[in-house]
Design a protein around this ligand. Structure first.
Ligand code: PDD
Length: 276
């Protein structure tokens, strides 16, 4: 499949990244994953806002002008020949002999375009299972950093337990999933972790908040504890790749009656309307 590295379109299997690259050696960079539905990037501006914000937060001198950066994305989409795809992009502190100090080097920009795997209808309709896992990440999770080791380890634990996601908790409160935001519904109110440095401000979260507002469903940003999670009427997670995904079991506890609830279904339906 097609990819981009520092000014050139390449095959995603081409060996174009040198060993002394800071994304590769230090995870010294930031990323975004944007889904393209029917040739239309979903919430592109919001993703780009977050990319520039993340770069700034780690003092990455990513000063490419937004329109020309978008032009690369659109060229990549066109070259992919796909209508429905995921564009992954990362910006790193560039190429220089390994040294912790910032190099005097231009940033590296890379992107890949891959067809996305549609969510299996079975999962979408019956919901998924999750485990709970301590949030072992750093204090700046609002940055979409390449450093994902704690996320990967927790996600693998979930997978080993036959689950889709690990819901992370810190000081007895839910933060988010390893690659998703987490919500509970109690008495017809959506409750989700307030934005802070402990979670990523999800773009799908933003979309769900807007859907809720338009449907006059209360959307409360409040800390949810583990007990409240177990006692919730409904639980769901969101992300670019999972969209709105019902969670029907956490560990060995069923949520509600173990079926996706009516409000999650409504949000799923409204979200799907935005992407078709
Ligand atoms: N994950 N929280 C974390 C830690 C994430 O990594 C993500 C996104 C989200 C949801 O954000 P959004 O709705 O903007 O996709 C929340 C991406 C998809 C990934 O790592 O592949």
């Amino acid at each position: 499949s097609v990819a981009y590295f520092n000014g050139t379109f390449v095959d995603s299997n081409d060996p174009v990244v040198p060993i002394d690259e800071r994304g590769h050696q230090f995870g010294d960079g930031v990323y975004e994953l944007i889904r393209i539905y029917n040739s239309k990037p979903f919430m592109l501006e919001e993703h780009l806002d977050r990319l520039y914000m993340s770069a700034k937060a780690i003092a990455l001198p990513f000063d490419q002008e937004r329109e020309s950066f978008k032009e690369i994305i659109f060229q990549l989409i066109e070259r992919s020949g796909l209508d429905n795809l995921d564009v992954y992009m990362q910006i790193t502190r560039g190429m220089a002999p390994r040294n912790h100090l910032f190099p005097d080097a231009p940033v590296s920009i890379s992107m890949t375009a891959k067809p996305f795997r549609s969510i299996p209808p079975e999962l979408r309709e019956k919901g998924a299972k999750a485990i709970l896992h301590p949030d072992e990440r750093w204090m700046n999770c609002y940055i979409k950093s390449l450093n994902l080791l704690p996320n990967i380890l927790a996600k693998q634990e979930a997978h080993k337990a036959g689950c889709l996601e690990a819901i992370l908790h810190r000081d007895g409160k839910l933060t988010e999933g390893t690659s998703t935001n987490v919500y509970v519904i109690k008495d017809s109110r959506i409750q989700t972790t307030p934005l802070s440095r402990h979670i990523l401000a999800g773009i799908t979260r933003m979309a769900v908040q807007k859907i809720a507002m338009e449907a006059a469903i209360p959307f409360e940003e409040k800390h949810v504890d583990i007990e409240e999670l177990y006692e919730a009427d409904e639980v769901f997670i969101t992300s670019t790749t999972n969209e709105v995904m019902p969670i029907v079991q956490v560990g060995d506890k069923l949520i509600g009656d173990g079926q996706p609830g009516p409000m999650t279904r409504l949000l799923q339906r409204h979200f799907q309307e935005l992407t078709t």
